[in-house]
Ligand binder design. Sequence first.
Ligand code: BGC
Length: 383
Amino acid sequence: MRIRNLTALGASAALVFSVAGCAGGGAGSGDDGGGDEAPEDMSVGVAMPTQTYERWLKDGDNIEAGLEDLGYDVELQYADDDIPTQSQQIDQMITQGVDALIVAAIDGSALTAQLDAAEAADIPVISYDRLLTDSENVDFYVTFDNYNVGVNQANALLYGLGILDQDFEPAEDAPEDPLNIELFAGSLDDSNSHHFWDGAIDTLQPYLDDGTLQVPSGQTDIEQAATQRWEQETAQTRMENLLTTHYNAGEQIDGVLAPADPLSRGIITALRSDGRGETIEDGLPIVTGQDAEIASVKLIADGVQHSTIFKDTRDLADQAVEAADTYLQGGEPEPNDTETYDNGAKVVPSYLLEVQMVLEENYEEILVDSGYYTEEQVDSGQM
Ligand code: BGC
């Protein structure tokens, strides 16, 4: 358990007082619902899914730093992609009396009991990046435009295949013969996987319909393309099996829709081992990605992975911190989308951030000039 008591930061943040505290009267916090509490008397529980994806480490660190800057104590927990562990961690946070919760779920539908307990204890719940489903007791959702992530992944694939030009218009010198692609999706229990998939498939469908693209495996349903728990090894094994089963007679594979960088790297490993080229220049298929993980940005700079999608998790963490702080000050955070995210029990008011496509020709501008990575990090592929 990691609840930090900040003295130095707390002093500077002591100017920020909680005005109403009504939404933040967590169980055991000593708040009867009406009293004023300073941030340094309040804590926020932050539940993150896993440390195996680089992004969640950054998300956790940034949320923690942002909350601590305001004076709050923070309890940050990672659950190793294990659902019972995450449920238990949140149970403990509630028992311990956190005043607000920020949750990035492993399985969005598996936490309804915890959400009920949070509601009973008057703890506002912010769903972080992944939607918490099947419960009324989700107050706010901060995320990216997930459908647009998929649209961008598909457009990157179409561009890499030469079907679209650099303005994402139909290319004049588009290939005449049909191109072969395979499709990968994320974990089915993560609502994002479905939005990414819908955005990508809606964009690819016209090219599948008119025969510009074909999927030799025939695996075009999300259930067939899914990668349980977003595991790299699972994607690599599926790619190996696809190559053995559908491409063993000299068939060309031109591209792969991959929904996240670790999966892209697993897929690239399988393609390379099968002798499909070391770089795009010498024949490696076009592989998409997401998250702009440092190892993948290096592969993009080296002409190996074709693209990724940059989602600035610094901004997402800021939004979560702001939403939590607003609740704890007795206010209501302002959504910019009140239609898209129906969680099965209600439409959750959401704040969506924009995403950017990253390619070899723009990674420096988007990722280095913005200070997200240094050139040295990109060169070494390490943080
Ligand atoms: C996130 C992605 C991430 C994936 C796997 C999704 O919910 O939106 O950024 O790559 O989970 O961790």
